[in-house]
Design a binder for this molecule. Structure first.
Ligand code: ADP
Length: 470
């Protein structure tokens, strides 16, 4: 049993499918044909028995009709009438009381050696016997012809019944073999048809395994069934994997590119120290100060890169108190840049925004910080919040240096700096606004920029109110 189980587990799904369907069909067919065969057998044998007893009764009635004065000699001389009653394959013998055969119609089967008991005769019993290997029905019945009393023995061979049953068995077997061949071919065809997309899926997976996600093959399968669902999920998973793979690659490229500058700077200062700085306190101080600044820049860069690479799922339950977030950002910026002035105003009925407090804080902080950093005057930041029915609008305006029109479309790109050489001392990494954009996209926040050189820049945010979401 275990061996069979092991053998079956080694078969492919197609083979298992074909095997199981063929087996089911064979078993059901065998059951149905078995039942048909048994029913047929019973029906035909009853019919044969009925036929034998009817003929025996007919012979008996024939003698009764002939009347009380007929003699056995009369019947012996004229058996043609009886010949008409008895079938050609049946044999009728009439015996006297001493069991001596007096009359015989036909001689298809010998009389059995064993003679009937009186009871057999009186009851008119039907016996099934084998005479010289031949299956027969024997009907006994008492006979009275004039003064003669004896009994009749009718032998009814079952040859027709047996050949009919044999014919039936051959027919059922041929039909059975045909059904099994048809069923196996059909189920094997259906199995390969159904397994075709699964094979494609397997080949596509093998290709991704061997040649990498770049060589992926998107599968097409339009049917809306379980396999279609599986393939759609696989395609979506591949697309998602590709995206995260791209993000990772981009991250590694960006990180290595951006980290090279501070590392080279630190390396330069360390070799300077190594050569001349150990005994020169001015070089020593300067190099340590610069190296520390570079390390701080590297730390900030790492944190921002990690924030960008992180792909937190959208929080469907997110809500933020815009008022509180603005207050918090203003407080912390005032602490870092005490010279900055803020004008904060709110219009409309206060409501929560559909965005997490952390994301909104990061978005507003990045914009406000830029307004302070890219500024050559005493920085003034205006934050105006307008609560509409479904949307909360935030206008953050600075009095900074402004952004030239041609640069505006690119400020959200990673590492994009309008004038990198001028701005290094301002400490930006070129990642602040890309983080802002990434978070804004996640919560369907629309951001637009208005800017005038030397006058200032205004960021307009349109945030969904908490109850509207998307
Ligand atoms: P960084 O970290 O360098 O500030 P950002 O992504 O925040 O990078 O901004 C990209 C570039 O856009 C900045 O380098 C700067 O040149 C320009 N910029 C952003 N905000 C302002 C602003 N309020 N005023 C002037 N220029 C800005």
């Amino acid at each position: 049993m275990n061996k069979i189980k092991q053998k079956i587990s080694q078969l492919s799904i197609k083979q298992k499918w074909t095997f199981v369907s063929a087996l089911t069909i064979i078993v059901s067919y065998a059951l149905i044909s078995g039942m048909v065969y048994i029913a047929m057998n019973n029906w035909l044998i009853n019919d044969e028995e009925r036929n034998a007893t009817t003929i025996a009764q007919d012979v008996q009635s024939f003698f009764l009709e002939e009347g009380a004065f007929i003699t056995i000699q009369d019947i012996q001389n004229n058996t043609s009438l009886m010949n008409m009653i008895v079938d050609r394959n049946q044999t009728v013998r009439i015996y006297n009381q001493d069991q001596i055969e007096i009359i015989r119609i036909n001689d298809t089967v010998e009389s059995p050696k064993e003679k009937p008991s009186l009871q057999n005769i009186i009851k008119g019993q039907v016996l099934r016997k084998k005479i010289n290997g031949q299956d027969v029905f024997i009907v006994y019945s008492p006979i009275k012809i004039g003064a003669f009393t004896g009994y009749m023995e009718l032998i009814h061979p079952l040859d027709t019944f047996h050949s009919l049953m044999k014919y039936m068995l051959t027919l059922l077997s041929i039909l059975g073999i045909g059904a099994v061949i048809l069923a196996s071919t059909l189920s094997s065809y259906i199995a390969s048809l159904l397994l075709k997309p699964i094979n494609h899926l397997r080949n596509s997976m093998a290709q991704v395994r061997d040649s990498g996600i770049e060589q992926k093959v998107m599968l097409t399968y339009d049917t809306n069934d379980e396999i279609g669902d599986l393939i759609q999920m696989y395609n979506e998973m591949l697309a998602e994997l590709q995206m995260s793979f791209n993000r990772q690659q981009q991250f590694v490229q960006d990180a290595s590119h951006e980290l090279r500058t501070p590392i080279q700077a630190i390396e330069g200062h360390l070799s300077l120290l190594n050569r001349w700085g150990k005994s020169d306190p001015t070089i020593l101080n300067e190099s340590i100060k610069t190296s520390l600044a570079e390390v701080a820049r590297m730390k900030q860069l790492m944190e921002e890169l990690l924030l960008l690479a992180k792909n937190d799922p959208v929080n469907k339950e997110a809500k933020a108190d815009v008022h509180a977030v603005i207050q918090q950002v203003v407080e912390e910026q005032k602490f870092v840049y005490p010279q900055v002035t803020f004008d904060v105003s709110f219009i409309g009925e206060v409501k929560n925004a559909f965005v997490t407090t952390e994301a909104l804080t990061q978005i507003i902080r990045n914009i406000v910080e830029n307004g302070i950093r890219y500024n050559e005057q005493k920085p003034n930041i205006q934050i105006k919040t307008t609560y509409f029915e479904d949307i909360i609008e935030l206008d953050i305006t600075d009095n900074g240096i402004g952004i030239e029109k041609q640069h505006i479309p690119f400020v959200f790109d990673r590492f994009y700096r309008v004038d990198a050489s001028r701005h290094t001392e301002r400490g930006g990494t070129g990642l602040g606004l890309s983080i802002t954009k990434m978070l804004a996209d996640k919560y369907n926040i629309d951001i637009s920029i208005q800017s005038d050189i030397k006058i200032g820049t205004s960021f307009k945010l349109k945030i969904l109110a908490e109850n509207t979401k998307f």
